[in-house]
Design a protein around this ligand. Structure first.
Ligand code: ATP
Ligand code: MG
Length: 571
């Protein structure tokens, strides 16, 4: 590409709207532009990178026998009503009507569409297994779109769906996708880790996420420092602490005026927060669910949602719901005599003695409360694991890091095939529901994550395989005919090798050209300057601050070496 013909949209200033490096650099290097909140246009340079990432994904998916198709983004409501998700999906779904007042949505994900496609096309076990995927635009009206294309309202996803006749088939499909994802993220230059994830009602080790460790990640990932255990905090199992034995006290009501929070109550009563228990009330599909965890712990809402069979996200109970359940203002809820549909008790709370809880009366708490004697509930793990706790697998020490989810692989089982009546005829002539898996990669988010892991103060540093252009050829003085001629020859020669090359033939100062090439993250640059009188040019890697002086006819070989180092081939 001749830069004199190119839409170059580089910015020198850091845009005020962007908080994180990848978002700033995608704007500054001219990859994306914002059109509306969480809605972006991809400029030519951005499209080049997207295509490269998509190509890697295609190759690795096809290597595992998956086939590409392309479904419509606009989906009739009936499909979602069949699966029961039209109502459950909630406000994140963009809904539209046609001129005949019929309901549609802009697909946030495509389980229903793929299930119905396979239901219509596949009748017999002989046509299984099958794995279909697409790379397509998804729509989600996110509550908090942010960080550019990391969490946007329109984004590109690779979604794949596997269909098998039995569980063993699904296990094989799942493992193949796991391996494909490892290869994809490796080739993208991403340091991504596969962690156990929550799989809702299905449970077990049926769901895994590929996480990129990142300061700006929105997920907490739990790692063991001694073994290979890694899980999303939503899923990570907490080991309940045993409390020391002590004589049971009598339950007493004490006045705690204006003390609502755990901190206020423990300070007022002069006790450790570890002696208190907090009672949180949730609205789960219109039902009131109370959860008890030790005062210094955090409730894990995913575990609560699973235990209460929630159909979607759960939310804290409204003030009215709290008043109804406790007969008191918010801040004084407790398990004794509370009126809720479900009372969940974290295992640690069951182990504690003589705890302090709200009295379900404004301005009062109870002391000396004990599980079994004074209240009962459903006991389980309902809290977040914390830094330094014991690993559930080996007992080692837990550490927690921030991460961004770039991919998700999930064993669905028969969730959609049952509800949508998608069946095949098995070996014995009997109808069976397809056993399904689904596998997503956020393509636009992957691009942002690559930048997050590969940049410096001067701009992006693309890993070679995803780089929009591999080499930039720069003539120092565009008025010097000889320099321009040699630069052009080098450019043409490199292009004839099938390389994506930038030729900076703009009538700009050399400094401007260097800055743009660095900002855009072009992995290699060839600078044609005064040294051509000795038959020499400068070669520099984006990752290095040293120039190599090489002969003009060594340029091709030098670039070949770099490709080989990265395990890539040139024509
Ligand atoms: P998150 O927890 O980040 O909202 P999710 O669990 O909703 O993700 P999936 O439904 O599993 O995500 O979607 C598959 C992939 O699509 C994710 O792994 C992520 O990489 C990407 N993705 C999801 N939501 C967005 C978004 N709003 N913007 C960009 N990429 C997204
Ligand atoms: Mg989401």
């Amino acid at each position: 590409m001749r830069m004199s013909n190119m839409l170059i949209a580089t910015l020198r200033e850091v845009p005020a709207e962007a908080e994180i490096a990848s978002h700033q650099l995608m704007l500054r290097a001219g990859l994306i532009r914002k059109m509306s909140s969480g809605i972006y246009n991809h400029l030519p340079l951005g499209v080049k990178v997207l295509k490269n990432v998509e190509e890697i994904i295609r190759e690795e998916m096809e290597a595992k026998g998956a086939q590409e198709l392309l479904c419509s983004a606009i989906i009739p409501a009936e499909l979602w009503q069949e699966s029961g998700r039209w109502d459950a999906y909630g406000a994140e779904m963009f809904r539209v009507k046609d001129r005949g007042n019929r309901d549609y949505c802009l697909g946030p994900t495509h389980e229903e569409v793929f299930t119905s496609t396979v239901k219509n096309e596949i009748k017999s076990y002989k046509q299984l297994p099958i794995n279909l995927y697409q790379i397509q635009t998804k729509y989600r009206d996110e509550r908090r779109p942010r960080f550019g294309v990391m969490r946007s309202r329109e984004f590109i996803m690779k979604d794949a769906y596997s269909f098998d006749k039995d569980q063993e088939g699904l296990d094989i499909a799942f493992n193949k996708m796991h391996d494909a994802y490892v290869n994809i993220f490796n080739r993208c230059g991403l340091d991504a880790k596969c962690v156990e994830a929550d799989s809702g009602a299905i449970g077990g080790s049926n769901s895994a996420e590929f996480m990129v460790k990142s300061e700006v990640g929105e997920d907490d990932i739990v790692f063991c420092t001694a073994c290979d255990y890694a899980a999303n905090i939503e899923k990570a199992e907490a080991i309940a602490e045993k409390a020391e034995e002590e004589a049971l006290q009598e339950m007493k009501k004490v006045e705690t005026p204006n003390s609502r929070t755990i901190e206020e109550v423990s300070e007022f009563l002069n006790v450790d927060t570890k002696k208190t228990v907090k009672t949180l009330l949730y609205n789960v599909d219109g039902k009131t669910v109370a959860v008890l965890v030790r005062g210094d712990r955090e409730v894990n809402e995913v575990k609560v949602a699973n235990a209460s069979n929630a159909t979607g996200d759960i939310e804290l109970a409204s003030h009215e719901q709290v008043m109804e359940a406790t007969n008191a203002q918010t801040g004084f809820a407790g398990p004794v005599g509370i009126k809720v549909d479900l009372l969940l008790v974290d295992e640690e709370v069951k182990n504690m003695h003589n705890i302090i809880v709200g009295a379900n009366e404004t301005g009062y708490h109870l002391t000396g409360v004990n599980y079994g004697r004074d209240f009962e509930g459903v006991v389980g793990d309902f809290r977040n694991v914390e830094e330094g706790e014991k690993c559930p697998k080996c007992g080692g020490k837990i550490t927690i890091a921030k991460g961004t989810e770039v991919g998700h692989i999930f064993k669905l089982g028969t969730k959609y095939s049952e509800s949508m009546n998608a069946k095949f005829i098995d070996e014995n002539g009997k109808e069976q529901p397809f056993i399904m898996g689904c596998y997503g990669i956020g393509v636009t988010r992957t691009v942002a994550s690559i930048i997050e892991q590969h940049h410096d103060e001067n701009g992006i540093i693309w890993p070679l395989e995803v780089a929009p252009y591999k080499v930039s050829v720069i003539a120092v003085n565009s008025k010097d005919e000889e320099q321009m001629k040699i630069a052009e020859e080098i450019y043409n020669n490199l292009r004839s090798l099938g390389l994506d090359v930038l030729f900076d033939d703009r009538k700009e100062r050399a400094g401007v050209k260097f800055k743009d090439a660095e900002l855009m993250g072009i992995p290699m640059r060839v600078v044609v300057g005064k040294k051509i009188t000795d038959g020499e040019v400068e070669f520099r890697l984006r990752t290095s601050s040293d120039n190599e002086i090489i002969k003009i006819d060594e340029v091709e070989g030098r670039i070949r070496t770099e490709f080989e180092k990265n395990g890539l081939k040139l024509r």
